[in-house]
Ligand binder design. Structure first.
Ligand SMILES: [Zn+2]
Length: 258
């Protein structure tokens, strides 16, 4: 019996899509899914090419940052639901946000000594902060990151910015992989579904991984349109009340392209 196998397969599918759609290169960026009923987060590992990923490479964490096994048959036959509490309390190491976790010996063979993405801390912080989300996508997509490097929010230059909210705000800069970066993200995100990370990239969240991924893609599209429009002149921004209408229509009719 394997734990969160469907989620781990979905993460690999969208990791590959993140590369093919141009949202990232190599092993940049990271994705996660939170299965709230099991209390476990599936997240991409650190420093491995997406094209090389297999389901056993996807790391499982609980909300406290304990690494959990992806197979339960080698761990006293515990059922998946019991793995997090029973196994992790006995063997797993609680990660701190400022250090690389050492992988316990009992996980060799499960994760082949892989470590979770260096940004695992803000993924967990977002799941604790936003009860409405179950997926996080982090990319360094070029146009969104261009705005992030200017420390400039993306304005409502196109109605599809509504995937993120009325605009895409910018969280202040902090070193990657630190609790300071997680704090800055939590202080900025409110009920937005995407924000920029100053001098770094983009974070998108959603109810599902396809939702979060779609928001990351649409945010990159709007960033590109804004960049191009500003290269030709001064874009006309949508007024606040129109953005209210668009966001309302997204809620009632779904958020597909119209
Ligand atoms: Zn990053």
């Amino acid at each position: 019996m394997t734990v969160l196998l469907d989620e781990r397969k979905e993460i690999i599918k969208f990791s590959l899509k993140m590369v093919s759609s141009g949202l990232t290169t190599g092993s940049g960026g990271n994705l996660s899914i939170f299965n709230r009923s099991k209390g476990l987060i599936a997240i991409t590992p650190s420093g491995i090419e997406y094209s090389d990923l297999t389901p056993k490479d996807i790391i499982l964490l609980d909300l406290q940052g304990n690494i959990c096994p992806v197979e339960d048959t080698d761990h006293n036959g515990l059922p998946p639901d019991a793995v997090s509490s029973a196994h992790c309390s006995g063997h797993a190491q609680t990660l701190t946000n400022e250090e690389n976790p050492a992988v316990p010996d009992c996980f060799i063979g499960c994760h082949a000594n892989l470590k979770p993405s260096s940004e695992w801390g803000f993924h967990l912080a977002l799941y604790r902060h936003r009860a409405d989300i179950n997926a996080v996508v982090h990319t360094h997509s070029p146009y969104a990151t261009t705005f992030a490097c200017l420390n400039r929010e993306i304005p409502p230059v196109h109605y599809l910015v509504a995937f993120a909210g009325k605009k895409v705000p910018v969280a202040p800069y902090a070193t990657f992989g630190t609790s300071a970066l997680a704090d800055n993200i939590l202080a900025t995100i409110n009920d937005y579904n995407a924000i920029l990370l100053a001098n770094h990239g983009l974070v998108a969240v959603g109810i599902t991984l396809p939702d979060a991924f779609n928001t990351a893609e649409e945010t990159e599209f709007v960033a590109r349109v804004c960049f191009q429009a500003e290269s030709l002149g001064r874009p006309v921004l949508l007024p606040d009340d129109e953005m209210d209408r668009v966001i309302d229509k997204f809620k009632h009719y779904g958020s597909g392209r119209k």
